[in-house]
Write a protein that binds this ligand. Structure first.
Ligand SMILES: [Mg+2]
Length: 382
């Protein structure tokens, strides 16, 4: 079974006027997603999701013009071979590493979908897991900067749905962040896991002010206080409090960057994203590396049901799996465009879908509803 064609379909959705969510990286204007379709000589078609990297047109061009010629004709079940070929020819040199990693992630996910469909097995079983229940936190683009009372109310609404963990956006001013996290803890009580994400918006000075309060409210983690390559700040922040682990990974690409994370000895919660970090093939390697150091893997999730379903399969087959990031974004039509892929239970858990491969029935007729809008997805006030 050979790869015969690889297609990338960019999708965009502009948020309604005034409905932006503000976080450490800016205010959301639109959502973008890229669906990858891989066709084979035996008629099996696999689907994956590639993160758009804030430049969806560029990723689509990489897939069509650079990676497709490298992979056409290769055995469609040879995920390791495809990965190795792209790494050797494009990912490892000449400066398009991260972009190539996003594009490759979607292709790799589609190849695993093909493997599952060919074997007539759900992906979790193919990966060696079971259809077990996986704890989920309310995440996605939600719980942004807003008055503390309104934020607590939003968080409470997810707890009412069954979530036992919620993720708050911090990375605003330290005083605003402190007021918000204290308010949410007071309203939710002691039993809910409160996670925090600064989206690279902090300085070390901010962390010195906020970290003692995160320890006081027993936050589950502080995610991405700094830019992905600012290892000096990560190491410094890890010394401020051992009670709140630092988390990162959604902006770290391939096992080689996770190895740097390991060497920094500062990030105790890893968050690779199947549509960004190098696909399922690479995330299996990252998970194995983390497991040897008892580092839990809380997969970061992106826009569509394909990534959400693939993440559930992956977590169901990972020994050191942590939370599934359940997208509770109010304005993400891509989450359910192929039907719902997860449902939160009263136990705060979700399950991977059944079916063969990723288990998502892709209806391509829906793509016309979301034509590409190139340009920035976030605005920032400097
Ligand atoms: Mg994040």
């Amino acid at each position: 079974m050979k790869i015969t064609r690889i297609t990338a379909v960019p999708l965009s959705y502009r948020l309604p006027e005034g409905k932006t969510v503000t976080m450490g990286i800016g205010s959301t204007l639109k959502r973008d997603a890229i669906i990858i379709r891989v066709e084979t000589s035996e008629g099996i078609t696999g689907y994956g999701e590639a993160h758009p990297g804030r430049s969806p047109g560029a990723i689509v061009s990489l897939v069509h013009n650079t990676l497709q010629p490298l992979l056409t004709g290769l055995d469609a079940t040879d995920c390791v071979g495809a990965w190795q070929r792209v790494h050797r020819m494009q990912l490892s040199s000449h400066g398009l590493g991260a972009g190539t990693c996003l594009a490759l992630s979607g292709i790799d996910m589609a190849l695993w979908d093909i493997r599952g469909k060919a074997a007539k097995m759900p992906l979790y079983a193919l990966l060696g897991g079971s259809r077990r229940r996986i704890p989920a936190y309310a995440g996605g683009i939600s719980m942004g900067f807003q008055p503390a009372g309104a934020l607590a109310e939003e968080a409470q609404s997810y707890v009412a749905q069954g979530y036992k963990a919620v993720k708050l956006r911090i990375g605003d001013s330290a005083s605003n962040d402190i007021e918000r996290v204290r308010k949410v803890r007071a309203v939710l009580g002691g039993d809910i896991d409160i996670l925090t994400d600064a989206n690279t918006g902090y300085t070390i000075a901010d962390v010195r002010r906020v970290m003692p309060v995160l320890a006081e409210i027993q936050a589950g983690w502080l995610e991405e206080p700094f830019a992905c390559n600012d290892w000096a700040s990560y190491r410094e922040a890890a010394r401020i409090s051992a009670l709140v682990p630092l988390a990162a990974g959604e902006n770290h690409f391939t096992r080689f960057e996770f190895a740097l994370m390991l060497e920094a000895r500062a990030v105790q919660v890893w968050q690779p994203d199947l549509s960004k970090s190098g696909g399922i093939t690479e995330c299996l390697r990252i998970a194995a590396m983390a497991s040897a150091f008892r580092i839990p893997l809380h997969a970061h999730s992106s826009a569509t049901g394909l990534n959400h379903a693939a993440s559930l399969h992956f977590l169901a087959a990972t020994e050191n799996a942590g939370y599934f990031e359940a997208c509770v974004s109010k304005y993400n039509p891509f989450r359910d465009m192929f039907g719902s892929t997860f449902a939160i239970g009263a136990d705060g858990c979700v399950e991977p879908p059944g079916g063969h491969g990723i288990g998502v029935e892709v209806d391509e007729s829906i793509f016309d509803k979301y034509p590409l809008i190139d340009g920035p997805g976030y605005v920032v006030k400097f």
